[in-house]
Ligand binder design. Structure first.
Ligand code: HEC
Length: 386
């Protein structure tokens, strides 16, 4: 038995059960003592054994490294996974950690993955993901960074909020993430008071500050971000109060197909026009709060495949609408009247996605608060599984 091997075993002897000692002895010393018949450990036992050997030079044992690699691949996101990755500082797993932190954002595993990345000095990977063109990825990156929760993460999110270039979804997620800490909320209030808040955040931040526990933050909101006025001139109550109210769904249905003009763009159970998404099962997909946000701040979160685009042709025609297809040298978009326009790519001067929804803002101006509540009640009870 080599000296190193002996030294380590002596350290361990008193601290662990015998059967583990035997396993460790066989693993650790099989390389050192060629004549000893080594017991072949399965991947899980090898991982368990390694866990009890802090400081073990894993790189000197490619066979164990391979076993560990297999084990980690099959046990991604488990407590053991993070213990091992951290203990042996497996920097080479940073790509995997990044994907874990984004794909499992909002879970323990996602948060631990983000924290491990930061611990490895790879915070920039998360920060870069915030700039991703994939909206869901950017939003997940914002949330996962916020879950790291340290001062540096907060500073980064604060800077991000003031810089242009993020999608409305990522920007809104940033504001919401900041509002979850007193320091972050303080920053939002100060940004509002100094007039630096990006316009696309007005509705979100208004609601955050109007429902703040801090009286002076509510005051700043009242002064600088009054909630939009409804038809009879009274300002809309903040979201956290609206969601507590119940309305009359039958009246809401009538509004949907008449005065509120929703059916000029949405269909429910085959009735109405299909410019925007079908709302037949919307009560299952969205909670009341999200339905209110979809109506009152349409650009804050734009449904997938309904992104608004703008086409400008060589002869100066401007058309905006939802992209239906872009192939074979043609671009087809559907405008807010539901009319499909087809353009030859060679006649297009510019084509770009817009960050504003095709759904008009300001719908609340056509309705009273009570009518809005009825409308949302109607949508909230639209469920397909009944
Ligand atoms: C000019 C067309 C238009 C009108 C009018 C319109 N919408 Fe929309 N709506 C859209 C489009 C396009 C989307 C998808 C893009 C987005 O999410 O902003 C959408 C999205 C939505 C969503 C989110 C759907 C989802 O699956 O996430 C809801 C809810 C909604 N609208 C409700 C309404 C209600 C209620 C009204 C009437 C007060 C209304 N809309 C009026 C075009 C319209």
């Amino acid at each position: 038995m080599s000296t190193l091997c002996f030294f380590r075993l002596r350290d361990l002897w008193s601290t662990i059960p015998f059967f583990l000692f035997a396993l460790i002895a066989s693993t650790l010393c099989s390389g050192a003592e060629k004549s000893t018949r080594s017991i072949q450990l399965d991947d899980a036992s090898a991982a368990e054994t390694l866990l009890r050997l802090p400081g073990f030079d894993l790189r000197s044992r490619p066979d164990l490294l391979t076993q560990l690699d297999r084990y980690l691949k099959h046990n991604q996101g488990t407590t053991r996974y993070f213990q091992l990755v951290r203990q042996f500082e497996l920097q080479e797993r940073s790509d995997e950690l990044l994907e874990l932190s984004l794909n499992r954002e909002g879970t323990t595993a996602g948060t631990w993955a983000a924290e491990t990345l930061v611990q490895f000095g790879n915070r920039d990977r998360l920060e870069l993901a915030v700039q991703s063109r994939d909206r869901d990825r950017a939003v997940a990156a914002v949330k996962t960074l916020a879950s790291v929760g340290d001062k540096q993460a907060r500073t980064f999110l604060q800077q991000t909020l003031l810089e242009n270039g993020l999608s409305p979804e990522a920007l809104n997620a940033t504001a919401k993430a900041l509002a979850r800490t007193p320091q972050g909320e303080q920053f939002l209030a100060a940004t509002v008071a100094s007039g630096k808040l990006p316009t696309s955040l007005r509705f979100t931040v208004a609601n955050l500050l109007h429902s703040s526990a801090e009286a002076n933050h509510r005051e700043i909101a009242k002064q600088h971000l009054p909630l939009p006025a409804t038809k009879n001139g009274t300002p809309l109550p903040p979201l956290h109060l609206l969601v507590q109210k119940s309305g009359n769904a039958a009246k809401g249905r009538t509004l949907f197909f008449t005065k509120a003009e929703c059916a000029t763009c949405h269909h429910v159970s085959g009735e109405g026009k299909a410019v925007g998404p079908e709302l037949t099962g919307i009560g299952e997909k969205l909670a009341k709060q999200a339905i209110y946000t979809a109506i009152l701040d349409p650009s804050a979160a734009i449904s997938h495949n309904y992104e608004n685009h703008e086409v400008i042709t060589d002869d100066g025609k401007v058309e905006t609408g939802i992209l239906l297809s872009a192939s074979d040298g043609r671009i087809e978009i559907k405008n807010s009247e539901g009319i499909v326009r087809s353009f030859d790519a060679s006649s297009i001067e510019s084509f770009r996605p817009l960050s504003t929804s095709l759904m008009p803002a300001g719908i609340e101006e056509k309705l009273t608060t009570a009518e809005l509540i009825d409308l949302v009640e109607y949508l909230a009870q639209l469920k397909t599984s009944r």
